[in-house]
Design a protein around this ligand. Structure first.
Ligand SMILES: O=C1O[C@H](COP(=O)(O)O)[C@@H](O)[C@H](O)[C@H]1O
Length: 223
């Protein structure tokens, strides 16, 4: 497999250029479609991309935003991916976007997943998908070595699934739902993630879940 990787001289340039590409792809899609969908990661990497994207002149009222995955914690918890989104993406011009919150407040993710699945199914194909990746090669909440990851890779998996066996319960889009995307981007920075990406290329998706998306993704990397 040959990686489609864009290497930037610095992170600032990466963040600006990636936000511009994503906004351009959404705008292009909205020229011929009534609505577009934007699916984004949480974690520590994407905030600067969100900051730029949120100020972009786009018909945000016609865009539906949702996360790749969420930790099952309250929306004000510092590990909440939604909290990151509200602070960095769903503000300024992007405040007008529709947002589907994966954290429903239900007692657990297993109760919420079947209710969320048809809502997310209705947003497929995802117009623009941005993925992140952990140093362990997980993406969304598809982690190596979990039985829930095996289920989330089933070709007929529901769009949204609960994930157990981690420090906190989570909810994730399935591989099928994520792979529906028309445009896929992967954002990684630093040498450790670059090395993890190179390892992932040689592994099975169940050992290195990001591997499943590398065929379609444009990888954006800066030191
Ligand atoms: O737990 C998560 O981790 C990944 C990677 O996060 P990062 O902090 O290394 O950028 C993220 O893509 C995912 O959405 C998140 O829930």
């Amino acid at each position: 497999m040959s990686l489609n990787i864009v290497e930037y001289p610095d992170r600032e340039l990466l963040y600006l250029s990636l936000a511009n590409s994503m906004a351009g792809q959404l705008a292009q899609y909205l020229r011929v479609n009534e609505r577009a969908s934007l699916c984004v990661p949480g974690g520590t990497s994407p905030a600067p991309v969100f900051n730029t994207l949120s100020g972009t002149d786009l018909d945000w009222e016609r865009v539906t935003v949702f996360l790749n995955d969420e930790r099952w914690v309250d929306g004000e918890h510092n590990r909440s991916n939604s909290r990151l989104l509200r602070r960095h993406l769903l503000r300024d011009r992007a405040e007008a976007a529709e947002y589907i919150d994966l954290y429903t407040g239900d007692a657990d993710a297993a109760a919420a997943a079947p209710l969320l699945a048809p809502r997310i199914e209705g947003q497929l194909p995802i117009t623009v998908l941005l993925l992140g990746m952990g140093n362990d090669m997980h993406t969304a909440s598809l982690f190596p070595g979990l039985s829930d990851t095996v289920m989330a890779f089933a070709p007929d998996a529901p769009a949204v699934m609960p994930v157990g066996g981690l420090e906190e319960p989570r909810i994730t889009l399935s591989a099928r739902a994520l792979k529906s995307a028309i445009h896929t981007h992967l954002l990684i920075t630093g040498p450790e993630k670059r090395e993890a990406l190179e390892r992932a290329e040689k592994l099975d998706p169940l050992e290195a879940p990001i591997r499943a998306f590398l065929g379609e993704a444009t990888v954006h990397w800066a030191e």
